[in-house]
Design a protein around this ligand. Structure first.
Ligand code: PHE
Ligand code: ZN
Ligand code: ZN
Ligand code: CA
Length: 472
């Protein structure tokens, strides 16, 4: 697709005029009509790639790399900054295509993604040509629209989802922590044109998940009834979710059976699978419901257009009450749980304020120690940060190898996320303040935890004082 410069200029002018209207909300972005004709043409391309490459687009086979190269070339031509990220799997080398729209505030990244690989038994047109075609067409339409993105848009096309979400896991595991923190939302689309479709909205992390609710309201505004579905570990959003990033997505159904109540509200055939060709050779270009595809790609467009303009607020530390009790440890172990003796007024280490502090490790032998406190982060918070002062002395090397560590963690139910790790390499015998973003946990009661670990010899002391969690 060629982008007309004139069209881009006119589009920009119109948008700029619109945002000058006093009192207009940044959220009130008109939803685009993402072309189902174009999305169907992308699916024809995936089918033809499969047909000329042994009938599939499976990891390690030529149909996969051909799909990745083709998607990348479309995005390159539209003005995206793209990367073909390779990684190895048991089935051979696989690739993620990552495309970023090089405009907007890079501190606030809004992502959408889909897996681009098929299973080995067929061309993978519904699973997941549809999600890929929908995300691709939305990205191309955005580039051509003249919209002026306030935030940074990034699109991911994942390899080796069918081998266990390998591409999305590889991507998040190789993102520096600072870059992870900038991702405000990840939207996932895996199977959105099922031949006997349902209209499902992911219900993974319901607490305060505005994106999930926005998808639901969007469908409601189009008189399309939805159901929530728990897809926890079954697609690529899981990798993002495990980092505490907000996720949402839609799904038209796989091997599950449509009930008669669902056939009444959605049409189609009760007692039959949403996709009878799921993971089979017949998941080809005829295995589609284009009404489902059309509606769901418009939902992708709605979300991208709106979240591109969303106000993510001030990245500066928020002002408000400190939600940590006994934050400077002056009352001793009160309000804190964990290893006995860590909270101390020992004169061997200076406190930053008062006489008490939390002294983790410093044993010089293989050991772990921790302290933690449960905190309820308000659902209405628009910013939330965890800050503390840390002093690190050590007899280990301070130049090369990590031997002793302290991890700053958030425990959310059964999920523990490490926000930051400090080690003997971070030695500083004056207190240094650290600030970490915990807005992802708004609306939740979580435990903030400091976990120390030392190897068998040479001590490292991690001394922490004046902890604050401020959500406002
Ligand atoms: N990820 C599954 C697959 O590719 C499909 C799926 C998507 C299942 C979303 C449940 C929810 O086979
Ligand atoms: Zn699949
Ligand atoms: Zn899939
Ligand atoms: Ca103190």
């Amino acid at each position: 697709m060629l982008k007309s410069p004139l069209y881009g200029v006119l589009g920009t002018a119109l948008v700029a005029g619109a945002v000058l209207i006093p009192g207009s909300s940044a959220q009130a972005v008109e939803s685009p009509d993402i072309s189902v004709t174009n999305a169907k043409a992308h699916l024809d391309q995936f089918q033809s790639i499969a047909t000329s490459n042994g009938g599939n687009r499976y990891t390690g086979r030529p149909g996969y790399l051909a799909s990745a190269n083709w998607v990348k070339s479309k995005l390159d031509a539209a003005g995206y900054t793209t990367v073909l990220q390779s990684f190895s799997t048991s089935a051979g080398t696989s690739y993620n295509v990552i495309a970023e729209w090089p405009h907007g505030d890079a501190n606030h990244v809004v992502m959408a993604g889909s897996h681009l690989d098929s299973v080995s038994s067929g061309p993978g047109i519904n699973d997941n040509g549809t999600g890929s075609a929908g995300v691709l067409e939305t990205a191309l339409a955005y580039a051509a629209s003249g919209q002026v993105a306030k935030n940074r848009l990034r699109f991911g096309f994942w390899g080796a989802e069918e081998l266990g979400l390998l591409g999305s896991k590889y991507y998040v595991n190789n993102l520096p922590a600072a870059d992870r923190d900038k991702i405000e939302l990840y939207l996932n689309f895996d199977m959105i044109g099922s031949p006997n479709p349902g209209y499902f909205v992911y219900n993974d992390n319901p607490a305060g998940n505005g994106a999930r609710d926005d998808l639901t309201s969007y469908f409601t505004s189009k008189s399309i009834q939805t159901e929530y579905v728990d897809v926890q570990g079954r697609s690529d959003h899981a990798a993002f979710r495990s980092l505490g990033i907000a996720t949402a997505g839609t799904f038209s159904g796989a091997e599950g059976t449509k009930t008669s109540a669902q056939a009444t509200k959605w049409g189609g055939t009760a007692g039959q699978a949403y996709d009878p060709c799921y993971h089979r050779s017949c998941d080809n270009i005829n295995n589609l419901n284009l009404t489902s595809l059309d509606r769901q790609i418009d939902a992708i467009g709605h979300m991208i257009w709106n979240y591109a303009q969303k106000e993510y607020g001030d990245p500066e530390p928020p002002t408000g009450d400190n939600l940590i009790k006994n934050p400077g440890f002056e009352s001793g172990a009160v309000n804190w749980t964990g290893t006995t003796g860590v909270i101390t007024n020992s004169s061997s280490k200076p406190a930053r304020t008062g006489t008490y502090k939390a002294w983790l490790q410093g044993n010089g032998r293989s050991s772990t120690e921790n302290i933690g406190q449960s905190v309820a982060i308000p659902a209405a918070a628009t910013a939330a940060s965890l800050s503390f002062w840390i002093r690190i002395d050590t007899t280990e090397t301070t130049s090369s190898t990590v031997y002793d560590t302290v991890k700053v963690q958030v425990v959310d139910g059964s999920t523990t996320t490490t926000l930051a790790t400090y080690s003997n390499l971070n030695k500083s015998t004056s207190y240094v303040q650290k600030t970490l973003n915990v807005l992802a946990y708004k609306g939740k009661t979580v435990t903030v935890k400091f976990l120390g670990q030392e190897d068998s010899s040479l001590q490292t002391s991690f001394v922490i004082d004046d902890v604050a969690l401020i959500g406002g």
